[in-house]
Design a protein around this ligand. Structure first.
Ligand code: GUN
Ligand code: ZN
Length: 650
């Protein structure tokens, strides 16, 4: 069973339960070849903190001595490792050597017999230069073998690899078909030659197509991804597990791995590493060692840096900065930069999983940051959700210090005494109406003053689109006092506008959908403001506390009275999570909503959104924070879908 614990977009930290204990993902499974052990499995666990490893059941099956040894006991005692062990099937050996003669059902039954925690079917390796027909054949054979194998898995978890060559539609189709079968894990197969050839953009299309078809509640393993330079990108695409033979293979060739690439020992001036294998060793010490000892030391280093990189990836998921990490790592190899550019073409798929906000600021890392889901979502919602005030005049400002409403407060009040105008800043994120300047990610962002020409040109394009879509009769860019005299008498000030109410209305529309802001219309609105900062804390609607404004991201949390008003303004299924009636009763008393009880959910809900928990009749049971999107809520059988924050009957 697989449970989501923390996430940042498709990147996630989960727990996978196996017979030999729980594995925390993302996880690196070092490959152990029982015939050629570089680092003892027991040491891997004790000195390296390795939780799970992978070995090849075909090598064991095919070697009379190993086979006899394992049949008297099991694979754990063969390798002297009491944690979870995954086994592969020989599909890769068949691709490399072409002489694997084992019945697909037999090798699965064998893995189960020898006590493997996670077995793998004998899939058919779909090679990158396969034609579409060949790739489809490999896929269909894999599916047929998968179907035959399920009955032989016993109490072992079973991995069904996605094949389909370089054809995204085959990958997606294969993934869908495998998801309909009783598998527990889905490796993505047939990608080793692609990674060896640094064809990371192709890898991106393959992984994203596979993820599109896969059940989101199942762990995804990227077969043969053993280089730490791949980890951040692969995790960002939703890969949970990796296996590495590279740490040992590279070591045999005296190649030293770093998160930024690989170096030959002979080319290094310094190891530049303080892992336990390197800390008291110089390049010359290593060169002077006897070959076996040197290989072992380099293998240890390679494993240490790989595990360390994965820890950094986990920190990034925890703080919500996995995109920044991938964008920074993209500078280490041009192929990774191309891959990043390819990844953002899958923006709709990425956006569905992207949290609505985070605690830390948005950091600009380069022109690619412009295509991050947080940014594309802002622009998309600005055009589809934001409703402009009904003024005739729009005054635009250049980007400036944030918050914009403070930076331009004098200009805004000067203009407002003369004409009835709206205000907007041409920001990196797109056009930012002054009402939205406290909302994530606008105020919580660090953007350089000098933007790249590429970004500036895209920003201009968006401003032009805005001019067409939001069509103000008169729009001017602020150009000092001249603008003020120009505007004089153009559109006389009519009724007074309450900037607090305008802000709330705009944020409600952006956060919950167009129309949400109407809950303020025709009602008496009051505010509780911070004594220190003067910022809005609570919003009272007709005298009751309906909304609170979160200081860290400028977004609303809902009180039950606010939720009721929103439900009137937004028809079902908007912002609702429908829960089975009995669990809904528990949620009325404050219990979190488990994914397995979710009946349905608005497809526009994103991780981090405040949502209404309703029973099957549609009555409000609780208000809470969604931790998953719709497809995840419907797929996961474990874990929390909505963290309940308040209840109407309290
Ligand atoms: N190891 C590396 N690639 C593959 C693959 O496609 N299938 C299996 N079973 N093992 C692999
Ligand atoms: Zn080291």
């Amino acid at each position: 069973m697989f449970e989501l614990k923390e996430r940042d977009g498709l990147a996630r930290m989960c727990e996978l339960k196996t017979k030999h204990g729980t594995v925390r993902t993302p996880a690196l499974l070092p490959v152990v070849n029982p015939n050629q052990i570089t680092i003892e499995p027991a040491e891997m666990r004790e000195r390296f903190g390795v939780e799970i490893l992978i070995t090849n059941s075909y090598i064991i099956w095919n070697d009379p001595r190993l086979r006899e040894q394992v049949q008297g006991s099991d694979v754990h005692s063969l390798l002297n490792f009491d944690g979870p062990i995954m086994t592969d099937s020989g599909a890769f050996q068949n691709y490399v050597y072409g002489d694997v003669e084992v019945d697909p059902k037999e090798i699965v039954a064998f893995q189960s017999q020898i006590g493997s925690d996670i077995g793998t079917i004998l899939d058919v390796f779909s090679e990158p230069d396969f034609s579409e027909v060949q790739a489809a054949d490999a896929m269909n054979d894999t599916l047929a073998r998968g179907k035959d194998s399920i009955d032989h898995k016993g109490d072992m978890l079973l991995a069904g690899p996605v094949q389909g060559g370089v054809f995204p539609h085959l990958r997606e189709r294969c993934a869908k078909a495998l998801s309909a079968m009783d598998f527990d894990i889905h490796p993505i197969g047939g990608v080793v030659p692609i990674m060896e050839g640094y064809r990371y953009s192709t890898l991106v299309d393959i992984v994203m197509a596979s993820k599109k078809g896969l059940d989101p509640s199942r762990p995804v393993h990227l077969f043969g991804a053993g280089h730490p330079m791949m980890f951040p990108l692969a995790v960002l695409m939703g890969c949970d597990m990796f296996d590495s033979a590279s740490y040992a293979k590279y070591a045999r060739d005296e190649r030293v791995m770093y998160p930024t690439g690989t170096k030959f020992l002979r080319d290094l001036h310094d190891l530049a590493c303080s892992c336990p294998a390197c800390v008291k060793t110089s390049v010359d010490d290593l060169k002077d060692m006897e070959k076996g000892e040197r290989t072992r030391r380099i293998a240890e280093h390679n494993l240490h840096v790989s595990l360390q990189e994965l820890k950094k990836v986990k920190n990034a998921i925890h703080e919500g900065s996995i995109w920044e990490m991938v964008e920074m790592r993209a500078r280490t190899h041009p192929a990774l930069l191309d891959a990043l550019k390819r990844l953002v073409t899958h923006k709709d798929q990425l956006e569905r999983f992207e949290p609505v906000s985070r605690r830390g600021a948005f950091f600009y890392c380069g022109p690619e940051s412009y295509e991050r889901p947080t940014v594309t979502r802002y622009r998309e919602r600005f055009f589809s959700r934001y409703r402009r005030p009904d003024t005739k005049v729009l005054v635009g400002f250049e980007d400036g210090e944030k918050p914009y409403s403070r930076t331009y407060s004098k200009e805004i009040s000067d203009v407002s005494t003369k004409v009835d105008a709206s205000f907007l800043v041409a920001s990196f994120f797109g056009p930012v109406p002054i009402e939205l300047d406290h909302m994530f990610p606008i105020a919580q962002s660090v953007i350089p003053k000098n933007l790249d020409a590429e970004v500036l040109s895209k920003m201009r394009g968006v401003m032009e689109r805005h001019a067409h879509v939001h069509g103000y009769p008169l729009a001017v860019m602020w150009d000092g006092e001249e603008t003020l005299s120009f505007l004089e008498g153009v559109a006389p000030v009519g009724r007074e506008r309450d900037s607090d109410v305008m802000m709330c209305r705009a944020v409600l529309d952006m956060q919950f959908g167009r129309g949400a802001g109407d809950i303020l219309t025709g009602r008496e609105i009051g505010f509780v403001k911070s004594r220190n900062t003067g910022r809005i804390r609570n919003v009272l609607i007709d005298g009751t506390h309906a909304l609170s404004l979160r200081a860290h991201d400028g977004m609303f949390t809902l009180k039950p009275d606010g939720a009721r008003l929103l439900m009137e303004a937004l028809p079902p299924p908007k912002m609702r999570v429908v829960v089975e009636d009995e669990p809904a009763e528990f949620s009325r008393k404050g219990a979190n909503v488990f994914a397995k009880f979710v009946v349905d959910c608005d497809e526009d809900i994103r991780p981090g959104d405040y949502a209404m928990v309703v029973d099957t009749k549609g009555d409000l049971a609780a208000v809470g924070k969604a931790l998953m999107n719709r497809e995840e809520m419907l797929a996961f059988r474990r874990g929390i879908a909505v963290r309940v924050k308040s209840m109407p009957d309290e």
